[in-house]
Write a protein that binds this ligand. Structure first.
Ligand SMILES: Nc1nc2c(ncn2[C@@H]2O[C@H](COP(=O)(O)OP(=O)(O)OP(=O)(O)O)[C@@H](O)[C@H]2O)c(=O)[nH]1
Length: 524
């Protein structure tokens, strides 16, 4: 149930979802809600003053320290931080000025902001957001981001700490200004990716934009506002996002997850790739975080996050990664085998489409396709083209007398004979039944006749089967059609002419060659 102040902020659920945008912009209805909300996370006056001073270019550390000293609790925390986590030098600092000098403006600002915000936990009993988890994530992110920035030699480690610490403040704002919707978004999960997805669906944008809006309202420096707005990118987002902040949030999620080894396993390949950090660097980072967390947890009054044996954790992560890679390799192998199977299947289909099953020669469909291509090319280049139509003689009789088996054998042996004559200049195949076709591109009529005569001679010399030790000879009737210029309108007419020639050879007594003359429609 929303509190009375929360219901004042909750204008209408429908207004927000109706204007849900896919653009990375704060939807107008949501912005109106945020603006109308009187209980947004706010900062104590002293923190607001620190922000203003941190933004001014000529602020001295003295001024900053004087301002902070007005809040003794904050000063105490700064002293505690300066003497522990980041700056464990031998000499203890004792004054606010010394603490600020040691921490620098950025880290001072972070502590002031973080502390100012963390205090608000007391006043939000109605929230369904797990605030302890929220602050654990924010602080682990901040510490990890800071360390990563140091390890990668960045000069702005303080800014990285602040951005990482504040990257989710939009969640606090949404938890207040849209509490009627937000409870459902966060109540059953800590998975940040799920929360972001739900926010985008139900509110039209994610909390990074809301956080940036709030940070701008507080007057935080632009680089921090922009950093918060861009905090939800991935390593591969374009334009490239701040790798330290992305990695820091992933480390925090892995740290707080119920299966840390699995999430750290995901980080093992990406850290070397995107931040040039190896496993040893990650182990060092985890160990340092382990050391830093108790102080920070105490400072921000949160439950201490779980601890790990860095060595053991990374060993488990490596095992998980290894198992994952093995699964991927197995999947890859299966996919490769499947692709090979499909390729073979495709090759078989291609063969069936192009080749005749009995003889292995090109089939009719492919011969017609081939001739069509040669015909068009001959017309275009104005070259000649010849077709030889071959029909084995008295094949029915052969089948009837000696059976289809012998008939098949003869067809196969004839195909073999024909194959011996095929080359680039003489292409051919089985046109159907006991009919065969030769295509002779860019050829003279004399050459076509020579090819046909050679074939007949070889056929006469070669038995096409053996029966009871006796050779079985067959003859063939051949028709030649020769195209020179515009003699024929299309490839089909050319085949038809060669077929006509073949019938003339049959009528002339078989076992002979006839040349069809398109002008007279008779043999030449
Ligand atoms: N064994 C076998 N016979 C086939 C095949 N395809 C067609 N035939 C036969 O070939 C014969 C062709 O007979 P026809 O068209 O009458 O021709 P033909 O007997 O050769 O007579 P002519 O062409 O006039 O010399 C038919 O009996 C078909 O059954 C095949 O793949 N195998």
């Amino acid at each position: 149930m929303p509190t009375s102040s929360q219901s004042a902020c909750s204008a209408s659920k429908d207004t927000i979802s109706a204007t849900a945008l896919t653009e990375p912009e704060l939807p107008a209805a949501l912005q109106a809600r945020l603006q109308a909300c009187s209980t947004l996370p706010s900062l104590p006056d002293v923190v607001m003053r620190v922000i203003a001073l941190a933004k001014a270019p000529d602020t001295s550390l003295h001024e900053l320290a004087r301002c902070l000293e007005r809040d003794p609790a904050l000063t105490l925390r700064l002293l505690s931080l300066a003497n522990s986590v980041f700056h464990s030098q031998a000499r203890e600092v004792a004054s606010c000025l010394e603490a600020v000098s040691r921490l620098g403006i950025d880290a001072t600002l972070s502590v002031a902001l973080g502390f100012g915000l963390a205090q608000r936990r007391d006043s939000s009993e109605a929230t369904r957001l797990d605030l302890d988890h929220f602050w654990q994530r924010a602080l682990i992110s901040a510490l990890a981001g800071h360390r990563l920035a140091m390890q990668t030699g960045r000069p702005d480690a303080g800014s990285v700490f602040t951005i990482a610490l504040l990257q989710d403040i939009g969640m606090l704002a949404l938890d207040t200004a849209a509490s009627d919707i937000y409870g459902d978004i966060v109540s059953d999960t800590h998975d940040h990716a799920v929360i972001i997805e739900r926010e985008r669906q139900l509110l039209g944008c994610d909390h990074a934009l809301v956080g940036a809006w709030l940070a701008e309202r507080w007057g935080l420096p632009e680089r921090l506002v922009d950093g918060i707005a861009a905090s939800h990118g991935s390593f591969d987002t374009q334009p490239p996002r701040d790798g330290c902040i992305i990695a820091a949030a992933l480390i925090a999620d892995a740290w707080l997850s119920t299966t840390p080894a699995h999430l750290f396993a995901e980080l093992l390949p990406s850290l070397p790739q995107h931040l040039d950090l190896d496993t040893a660097n990650l182990r060092e980072l985890i160990t340092t975080l382990q050391d830093d967390l108790p102080t920070i947890a105490q400072l921000f009054e949160i439950t201490l996050p779980p601890g790990f044996d860095a060595q053991q954790l990374l060993l488990e992560a490596k095992q998980v990664l290894h198992a994952h890679n093995q699964r991927l390799n197995a999947q890859l192998l299966t996919q490769c085998q499947e692709m090979e199977r499909l390729r073979n299947h495709q090759a078989q289909l291609d063969r069936r489409i192009r080749f005749d099953a009995l003889t292995g020669l090109y089939n009719r469909a492919y011969l017609e396709e081939l001739l069509e291509a040669h015909f068009l090319s001959a017309r275009k280049k104005r070259t000649s083209l010849a077709v030889v139509f071959i029909d084995l003689d008295h094949f029915k009789r052969l089948n009837d007398c000696h059976g289809h088996r012998l008939g098949d054998e003869v067809l196969q042996n004839f195909a073999e004979l024909l194959r011996g004559q095929l080359c680039d200049r003489v292409q051919g195949g089985r046109y159907g039944g006991e009919e065969f076709l030769l295509i002779l591109p860019e050829t003279s009529q004399e050459f076509a006749v020579l090819v046909a005569e050679t074939l007949c001679r070889r056929l006469a010399d070669t038995p096409m089967a053996w029966l009871d030790g006796e050779p079985v000879h067959v003859t063939a009737s051949l028709g030649i059609a020769h195209m020179e210029g515009d003699d024929y309108d299309n490839a089909r007419d050319l085949i038809h002419a060669a077929d006509q020639g073949m019938y003339m050879a049959k009528r002339g007594g078989r076992a002979r060659i006839a040349h069809f003359n398109p002008a007279t429609g008779s043999p030449q």
